[in-house]
Design a protein around this ligand. Structure first.
Ligand code: PEP
Ligand code: MG
Length: 315
């Protein structure tokens, strides 16, 4: 019955063959943690710290950041929580980090580039994260946005380790770092693919611009090929590769992403139930075959159809 289903315990994310695929939440406020746990989030795959400070004109203090991160981590005892350092610029400008006028802010001083230009702010954030980590029992992972080079990877991971951050990784959302994923993952402990920006930059189409919205489709086989690069590099190096862009919330695409080598999926908590149910219908071998079908196409529409046909055949 409906009531019984609602009362049934939510099982951890897994494929039909038992392969674990942790299902995590994308969050922007610590106060949203309890609801995410109720919807079955096994941890946090993306905490967008910039959401805390979008209306601040000044950089947040260490004390106010520590309070927010402690509240977040305390909601996930023993669980993985991936916190992203400030991703300022383009669609998420922060006055205290982005002051220059830029013609093309998505291609400007954003993400790790902006933090590096104001390294004190990055150092204060890492200080606050390390203090919150020490005060709680969650498994804190910290990652940097908009990493485009191996050198930026080395810079960020070395800095994070200075502050005692045990697990330091990168977001892969710029095609250059997907293409160099094997080199990037030589230095980072993990990668998390941001499919929103990875699609924007692969297709050279502003994700905020309605006139080119049709290009913003993570089913594009060009995007899937980049995800495959990262998945293969993670497998070769034994390092986790998560997905934290909106693509993970599309149940069939989630299967494809796992087939391409993703080891965890993070999404808006309301999407968790449908993704969980769909993963349970396919084995890892099935997921790989479905992914291969999607890869061998010309465009997003064909990729969707091919994946759907392959998924229907598998069942
Ligand atoms: C992404 O780019 O896919 C991502 C998860 O980051 P954001 O949407 O915050 O840019
Ligand atoms: Mg992004």
């Amino acid at each position: 019955s409906r009531a019984a289903a609602a009362d049934a315990p939510i099982t951890p994310g897994a494929l039909a063959d038992g392969t674990a695929v942790p299902l995590l939440a994308n969050l922007g406020k610590p106060g949203a943690a309890a609801e995410a746990v109720g919807l079955g989030a096994e941890g946090v795959g993306l905490f967008r710290t910039e959401f805390l400070f979008l209306s601040s004109s000044q950089a947040p203090t260490v004390a106010e950041q520590k309070a927010a991160y402690t509240e977040l981590l305390a909601a996930f005892p023993g669980k993985k929580v991936v916190v992203r350092v400030l991703d300022a610029g383009a669609d998420k400008p922060l006055p205290f980090l982005n002051d220059a006028h830029e013609e093309n802010p998505a291609l400007g001083l954003r993400g790790i580039r902006a933090l590096r230009a104001s390294e004190d702010i990055l150092r204060e954030q890492l200080t606050a994260l390390a203090e919150a980590d020490a005060a709680t029992s969650a498994d804190l992972w910290v990652m940097a946005p908009m990493i485009g080079t191996v050198e930026e990877t080395r810079y960020f991971t070395a800095l994070a380790r200075e502050y005692g951050i045990k697990t330091a990784g990168v977001m892969v959302e710029v095609p250059s770092s997907a293409l160099l994923a094997d080199r990037v993952l030589a230095h980072a402990d993990f990668a998390s693919i941001g499919t929103n920006d990875l699609t924007q930059y692969t297709m050279a189409a502003d994700r905020l611009l309605g006139s080119v919205a049709a290009f913003q489709d993570p089913w594009h086989p060009a995007v899937l090929r980049l995800v495959r690069e990262v998945g293969a590099a993670g497998q070769a190096r034994g390092k986790p590769v998560g997905i934290c862009g909106e693509a993970a919330a599309d149940p069939l695409l989630a299967v494809v992403l796992v087939g391409l080598g993703a080891t965890s999926l993070s999404m808006a908590p309301t999407a968790l139930a449908d993704v969980r149910a769909t993963l349970l219908q396919h084995s890892l071998d099935d997921a790989r075959r479905i992914a291969d079908a999607a890869l061998a196409t010309d465009d997003p529409e064909q990729a969707r159809r091919a994946a759907h046909a392959a998924a229907t055949r598998e069942k």
